[in-house]
Design a protein around this ligand. Structure first.
Ligand code: DOR
Ligand code: ZN
Length: 346
């Protein structure tokens, strides 16, 4: 197979940052995707509907003029989130979910939730209004081995929320383990998971290949090869519980190549091509369109996009660096060849 036509995809998990970086990255997502769920972990975070609507305006004004791209906004939950914001978000045409970061789990999460019990009234309201809860599923705390954080989160937090709020739509974001795949499948239709292109393409060895590779460091960190294979199997399966969410998370080259480098992989430049590469490795494109373009809208109860894109099998090289404000960033697969290219996109 060397040509694929699919319904235009959406990115169900994206970091766009804020000015002056926003202007550098938003065009990449707008060129590839029709819509994206935009993460709220700015500094300061996007906590209220007012914050989210103001951020949306900044995103729209940073877009190239001929765009059709729609940012789908989210709220950042804290121990003090307000139920009124949940109610208003559920009625808003622009806000589609709220994000749970365990405090300290990742970039700009210090102001987030210190104990899930603190947000139980919020989860109750979200369940009532059917506002999806997006979960960064990693247990924090010094005692937890970094490779066990996702599994520990299932045991200590996610399962409790699932039992206490059985009707709450939950997206388990950027899953990285076989256990997470199995857990999601076992929960049925009120739970889904996003899978990133990098977790489909690299395992943890990529971080330590002939030296430390900061551009392969993200959170949750990539796991063993057997987990990568389980993710690939889930993404390419006929389950409608898995869909594309890049977790494209730009940081400057300087911030990554540092004594304490930031977590995040920038995949937005060629995200669709990266997913195609992964499905090609799995040797099965039969569920590619469902994963990229159908399962996400179905879970979020949104219409499917009405335009199409064409991918062609043809080799090209990812740039070594891209502009990032006054700095630069190193995209995922920088300087490497990819085998698929989006050739038509309307
Ligand atoms: O690698 C990551 N980068 N994981 C996250 O959860 C956050 C993200 C970021 O915002 O930099
Ligand atoms: Zn993220």
């Amino acid at each position: 197979m060397n040509r694929l036509t699919i319904i235009k995809p959406d990115d169900w998990h994206l970091h766009l940052r804020d000015s002056p970086y926003l202007e550098s990255v938003v065009g990449d997502s707008a060129r590839q995707f029709a819509r994206a769920i935009v993460m709220p972990n700015l500094s300061p975070p996007v906590k209220t509907c007012k914050d989210a609507l103001a951020y949306r305006k900044r995103i729209l004004s940073a877009l190239p003029s001929d765009h059709q791209f729609q940012p789908l906004m989210t709220l950042y939950l804290t121990d003090n989130s307000d139920i009124e914001d949940i109610k208003n978000a559920s009625r808003s045409d622009y806000i589609f979910a709220a994000k749970l970061y365990p405090a300290g789990a990742t970039t700009n999460s210090d102001a987030a939730v210190t104990d899930i019990k603190h947000i139980y009234p919020i989860l109750d309201a979200m369940q009532e209004y059917q506002l999806p809860l997006l979960v960064h599923g990693e247990a924090t705390g010094d005692g937890v081995d970094i490779f066990d954080r996702e599994n520990r989160f299932i045991d200590t937090s996610l399962n409790a929320m699932r039992i206490d709020f059985p009707e709450l739509p939950i997206v388990f974001e950027h899953i990285t383990t076989r256990e997470a795949v199995d857990y999601v499948v076992a929960q049925g239709s009120k739970m889904a998971a996003t899978i990133t292109p990098h977790h489909l393409l690299i395992n943890r060895n990529a971080m330590f290949s002939n030296g430390f590779r900061p551009h392969h460091y993200c959170l949750p960190v990539a796991k063993r090869e057997s987990h990568r294979l389980a993710l690939l199997k889930a993404a390419s399966s006929d389950s409608n519980q898995f869909f594309a969410g890049t977790d494209s998370a730009p940081h400057s080259r300087q911030a990554k190549e540092s004594a304490c480098g930031c977590a995040g992989i920038y995949s937005a430049y060629c995200a669709i091509e990266l997913y195609a590469e992964a499905f090609d490795l799995a040797g099965d494109f039969s569920n590619f369109e469902a994963f990229m373009s159908l399962n996400g809208p179905a879970f979020y109860r949104l219409p499917v996009n009405n335009s199409k894109i064409v991918l062609q099998k043809s080799s090209w090289t990812v740039p070594e660096t891209l502009p990032f404000g006054q700095q630069s960033l190193v995209p995922f697969k920088a300087g490497q060849k990819l085998q698929w290219k989006v050739t038509s996109n309307d």
